[in-house]
Design a protein around this ligand. Structure first.
Ligand code: PGA
Length: 248
């Protein structure tokens, strides 16, 4: 995996946003895998700025989001569908019909997973996947467990994730379950960019990059992917081993 340390979240956002915009300039009908959470937001802001400057168009882009809460109305302010609309989609020129989400309120999880897999396949597969990483090493909502996961499924969120995300839920308790793309599905993306900032991510980043490949750190599965670039700030890189990458 390639590791790039930049000075702060804003610098990472500019770099990653530019990579996405340059990618879709080359392939206007690119298929993007997108993440929620705070990590990708600076990159989304860069994409919005470049769209406003007339330097990028998302008109023919298709997106698939990694995950969605269960038992939360799609229109609730904390749903990931709402997050993506507010943080990105309403501010760029992508048709909402080109954006795809798992349905966290589906009656049949297996059928929903199959539908999502078919939609990704019909779009030609994900060209570029943006990821964050949880403090516990999760990617998407693939929590530490006994085995790596494959296609999308319903997951019980762990206490670590509930503690990390509960502050966002002011009017109701945070959902305890989510639908998430599986690790195997994430690994099918042709190119992956993972963003991590802050000291709270340092141990997960170390385990991902330098630990053994184990479902106890779902992000460690990325070691087996041929095209992953990890963008870190110095705090998130703080526990990397003997030869930590120099800030560039
Ligand atoms: P964050 O979440 O970007 O809000 O830190 C990342 C994640 O949990 O995957």
């Amino acid at each position: 995996m390639k590791v790039i340390v930049l000075e702060d979240a804003a610098a990472i956002g500019r770099a990653v946003g530019d990579i996405v915009c340059n990618f879709i300039a080359q392939k206007p009908d690119a298929v993007l895998g997108l993440a929620t959470g705070s990590s990708p937001v600076p990159a989304y802001q860069r994409m919005i700025a470049r769209r406003r400057a007339g330097e990028a168009s998302f008109r023919d882009v298709t997106t698939f989001n990694l995950d969605e809460y269960c038992d939360l109305p799609a229109e609730h302010k904390n749903s990931y569908r709402t997050f993506m609309r507010e943080e990105l989609f309403s501010q760029i020129d992508i048709p909402l019909g080109n954006t795809n989400f798992l349905d966290g309120n589906c009656a049949d999880e297996a059928a929903e997973s199959a539908r999502f897999s078919r939609a990704i396949e019909a779009a030609g597969g994900i060209d570029l996947q943006i990821l964050g990483i949880g403090r516990n090493g999760h990617i998407g909502f693939n929590e530490p467990g006994e085995a790596f996961t494959g296609d999308a499924y319903k997951v019980a969120l762990t206490p670590s994730t509930i503690a990390a995300n509960s502050p966002y839920f002011v009017d109701r308790p945070m959902p305890r379950y989510a639908m998430t793309m599986g690790v195997g599905q994430i690994l099918q993306a042709r190119k992956i960019i993972l963003v991590a900032t802050g000291a709270a991510k340092a141990e997960a980043v170390r385990a991902m990059l330098e630990g053994e490949v184990t479902p106890l750190c779902p992000a460690s599965a990325l070691q087996g992917h041929p095209d992953v670039t990890v963008y870190l700030d110095p705090a998130a890189a703080g526990l990397l081993g003997k030869n930590p990458p120099a800030p560039s």
